[in-house]
Ligand binder design. Structure first.
Ligand SMILES: [Zn+2]
Length: 360
């Protein structure tokens, strides 16, 4: 395991056994800072054995980092966890951090020429993101500007569907208004950039989605994703198979619904789900939100073997988060996803023709 990931995990362990809310917050913030570094932590070590200053990392966290760099483990964390009534929770959380990449690992995977898979330069557009129309902080115009700045040809706006009230899910009326705005912006940027009309629909417990077929037909890109039953341990293969068989669905978004150190997400016979997705032509998403990384490279290899098509998306809620697509690309490279099977690498005409087929 790379040191950044290992140290972040230990700092999260330490956070969960703190008494005061303030030290909990401090260790969590330090863990995020380490996970977000572009370079391996080893490069911050100075010749005198101290650490170069890293924003948001205080003296107590620095002691843990130095311990790990010197001994490969942390006696401080072992002692704190061992003596805590929350030791069991720590153990459980550790099991929920598997196959998550640190930003440094993402950067390394993108640069590693020995890996096959997609290259960042070939990525043409992002197909899951949220705007101010639901729970995002980026306007449609912001998305276009940020997309152009990243060299994209298109992005799909996929605000949450009305079934997800907690995330400000959009109604059909709001969606119609949004489409008028998208048409206006697309006229303005014709020939340079195209915003696609999308939605992130919810997969209900029975595998149906919270949009009627005629509603799905008004959208260019439909992501269907699970947002409930993500902490239950029972098998949900039937739910996920039903979802990918639904006409009008293009992408199975963050298929597991897992969260870093917090929840395992859906349990399913993924081979069956992938085979059903392959049969119906639904793309399997690798969601690049660092706290999701869903699918991860390990599970994605199963979808590669099943012959699936893939979508690599940021799930951005702000323009700064557009770079989360890089996390998805890194997982795809580690999984060896053939570039031609990644819909984000296709020209927009091919993408739209493929999407129209799924609606027919
Ligand atoms: Zn979602």
């Amino acid at each position: 395991m790379d040191s950044n990931r290992k140290i972040a995990s230990l700092l999260r362990d330490l956070a969960s056994v703190q008494q005061s809310a303030q030290s909990k917050w401090g260790y969590k913030r330090a863990a995020s800072a380490i996970l977000g570094l572009d370079e391996p932590i080893e490069q911050y070590l100075l010749p005198n054995g101290t650490l170069r200053k890293i924003p948001n990392i205080g003296p107590s966290s620095t002691r843990v980092i130095l311990e790990v760099l010197q001994t490969g483990r942390s006696a401080i964390v072992d002692a704190a966890v061992g003596g805590s009534p929350h030791a069991h929770d720590v153990e459980r959380a550790r099991g929920l951090r598997e196959n998550f990449l640190s930003r440094a690992q993402v950067v390394a995977a993108l640069a590693d020429k020995r890996l096959g898979g997609p290259r960042l330069d070939d990525y043409r557009g992002d197909l899951q993101m949220h705007s101010t129309w639901s729970d995002g902080s980026q306007s449609l115009e912001d998305i276009i500007e940020a997309g152009i700045a990243r060299g994209y040809d298109y992005c799909a706006v996929t605000d949450h569907s009305y079934g997800l009230k907690i995330a400000g899910g959009v109604t059909m009326e709001e969606l119609a208004q949004q489409h008028v705005e998208i048409d206006r912006l697309n006229r303005k940027h014709r020939g340079t950039f195209r915003l696609l009309k999308g939605i992130e629909a919810n997969i209900r417990a029975d595998g149906s989605v919270d949009r009627e077929p005629h509603e799905l037909a008004t959208l260019e890109i439909v992501v269907a994703a699970p947002h409930s039953q993500l902490r239950v341990s029972g098998d949900q293969t039937a739910r996920m198979v039903n979802a990918v068989k639904t006409r009008g669905v293009h992408i199975l978004g963050h298929p597991r619904g897992r969260k870093y150190g917090a929840r395992p997400g859906v349990t399913a016979d993924w081979e069956k789900v992938f085979k059903a997705a392959k049969r119906s032509g639904v793309a399997i998403e690798i969601d690049g939100d660092p706290s999701r990384q869903d699918l991860d490279y390990d599970l994605a290899r199963g979808a590669v073997a099943a012959g699936c098509t893939f979508a690599l998306d940021s799930d951005a809620h702000s323009t700064a988060e557009l770079r989360y697509a890089e996390t998805a690309i890194a997982h795809a490279r580690l999984a060896g996803v053939p570039p031609d099977r990644i819909i984000n690498l296709w020209p927009v005409e091919r993408l739209l023709a493929w999407a129209a087929e799924r609606r027919a």
